[in-house]
Design a protein around this ligand. Structure first.
Ligand code: GDP
Length: 526
């Protein structure tokens, strides 16, 4: 199947990650602009998780429409098919973000060079590092006063624990930002704001070119000095180390001015990996295998308010998806005839005609698909690595109208499966406990319960410090543990047993007392 090899080889699937406000939305738009996927800046509807006030999130239907158009985008660039996955910037949605990272082959990290490495970037990078995801770095906002270049690299290396290989180097900053020096090509790209797709920056060959001394003597002298230091102190670009996730090529620029963006796209196409094989428990699945396979990494409910349907986002792992083909939903052993599968373009959804490994397709369903589910043409596969994270915030659910208990249960089950919140049923009693990574998740769930399920729910605080999923190779021991600590144990939406610790001390003590029980801070989809 030479076609399959070609199609897989020209795919690049990456996530764009950053701390809120670093410029992710702006850069996304410019990437689309350069690729020709959109014609004019300003057409990407900013999702901007970071800046939405809570009230915006409450406007659920509106928010749905916006985030769907922009959370997965496919476009062509230089004979390649690029799948760009946006990640919610707001820390309260970090679980969703983490799962997006399981569906990509590389990541683009955007850093605000005036601020340096920020908290959310650290969290996201930790997840990338666990998976050895190759990272490309963009230092943004050089049209402003930013921090010292060497200090920035040093911070990335020490805080994020990844080696930096500067590929370009900035000349000046703020009002005296002159452009970047391309270290590998020995070329200077002059800064010009607002470059369009077909505009090319003026290029001056060679760092020692006397024209540079005429144009901006001060800045170029400074750059030459810095580069001497950089050559001694940093790492040269090395493709193997990049692919192993231990070294990141670093680019400098200004997203809002379209400057330095083309270099990023080229780096992704030239260096970032095509889809690789994936572990499916029984065996590894190669992307070029003829048979279709995929897994779900994200579910979004009720995107179309008229249909109340849910879209499962599938990452294709192998084979060729063709419109109308039949495949199997493995957890339920059910055949699916996929007639209305959609793909996501910059401007909205379209019917998918065909898709290959690395592509993201959307499968509408009525709530029977869960995050982590695998699909194939029949072979039993279970793609691994889609994590649930131990929540750090908990609420107990109360409803005003007890007659609505059925709707409440249904709503919470669906929202739980979708990953909007984690739902725990204590072994004792009939309460429901919600766990979240961020507090905003509770507000979204309350609002969705009201709008989509007609349930008026209140969430009250409860003293739980954290949850740990528990397991034990010895089933007798586990049963003993279950009996003894009944009051602290609950089952989650996937029926996995979790210990709800009231404090850190309580967790430590329980661990000490029950040395045979394993406490897990993450749970992989069962
Ligand atoms: P996000 O939260 O990471 O998606 O960030 P946005 O793309 O929304 O950008 C946050 C703010 O930074 C916005 O006001 C942008 O206009 C601004 N911004 C983005 N890129 C640049 C840049 O290159 N230079 C300057 N000065 N501002 C920028």
């Amino acid at each position: 199947m030479p076609d399959l090899i070609r199609e897989v080889g020209r795919r690049r699937t990456f996530a764009i990650i950053s701390h809120p406000d670093a410029g992710k939305t702006t850069l996304t738009e410019k990437l689309l602009l350069f690729s020709g996927a959109i014609q004019l800046a300003g057409t990407v509807k900013g999702k901007k998780g970071g800046k939405f006030a809570t009230s915006d999130w409450m406007d659920i239907e509106k928010q749905r429409g916006i985030s769907v158009a922009s959370s997965v985008m496919q476009f062509d660039y230089r004979e390649h098919v690029v799948n760009l996955l946006d990640t919610p910037g707001h820390q309260d949605f970090s679980e969703d973000t983490y799962r997006v990272l399981t569906a990509v082959d590389s990541a683009l990290m955007v850093i605000d060079a005036a601020k340096g490495v920020e908290e959310q970037t650290i969290k996201l990078l930790n997840v990338c590092r666990l998976r050895h995801t190759p990272i490309v770095t963009f230092m943004n906002k050089y049209d402003r006063e930013v921090r010292d270049n060497l200090e920035l690299l040093d911070e990335v290396e020490s805080v994020l624990n990844i080696n930096c290989a500067p590929v370009t180097w900035p000349i000046g900053m703020g009002k005296t930002f002159r452009g970047v020096y391309h270290i590998l090509n020995d070329q200077i790209l002059l800064f010009k704001s607002g470059e369009g797709r077909n505009d090319v920056s003026e290029i001056i060959e060679g760092l020692d070119n006397p024209r540079l001394d005429e144009l901006f003597p001060l800045e170029i002298e400074q750059t030459r000095m810095e580069l001497e230091l950089v050559r001694g102190a940093s790492h040269p670009f090395d493709l193997e180390q990049f692919l192993a996730g231990s070294l990141t090529p670093v680019f400098f620029g200004s997203a809002i001015n379209n400057f330095g963006v083309r270099e990023i796209l080229n780096a992704l196409v030239d260096w970032a990996p095509a889809p690789a094989e994936r572990d499916a428990t029984s065996r590894a699945v190669a992307p070029t295998e003829e048979k279709f396979s995929a897994f779900v990494f994200k579910i979004q409910a009720n995107m179309d308010p008229r249909h109340r349907d849910r879209i499962a986002f599938l990452r294709v792992c192998s084979g060729q998806f063709e419109r109308g083909m039949k495949f199997k939903h493995l957890r339920l052993g059910r055949e699916i005839a996929a007639n209305s599968v959609v793909t996501f373009m910059a401007q909205g959804r379209e019917q998918v005609e065909e898709a290959y490994a690395g592509d993201i397709i959307g499968l509408p369903n009525h709530g029977n698909i869960q995050i982590g589910d695998s699909f194939s043409e029949g072979e039993v596969l279970a793609f691994t690595g889609i994590p649930y994270f131990a929540p750090e915030m908990f609420r107990i659910v109360r409803i005003r109208n007890p007659l609505k208990i059925k709707q409440l249960q249904k709503g919470l089950q669906q929202l739980g499966e979708e990953g909007a919140v984690q739902v725990f049923k204590p072994l004792n009693g009939s309460d429901l406990i919600l766990g979240a990574v961020g507090v905003l998740q509770f507000e979204v769930v309350a609002s969705r319960l009201a709008n989509e399920y007609g349930v008026d729910a209140m969430f009250e605080p409860i003293t739980i410090y954290t949850a740990r999923w528990v397991s034990c190779p010895d089933s007798k021991k586990l049963a003993e543990f279950e009996r003894a600590l009944e009051n602290n144990l609950a089952r989650d939406a996937a029926n996995s047993l979790a210990y709800l610790a009231t404090s850190r001390v309580n967790l430590d003590l329980t661990r000490e007392r029950w040395p045979d029980i394993v406490f897990h801070a993450t749970r992989e989809h069962a």
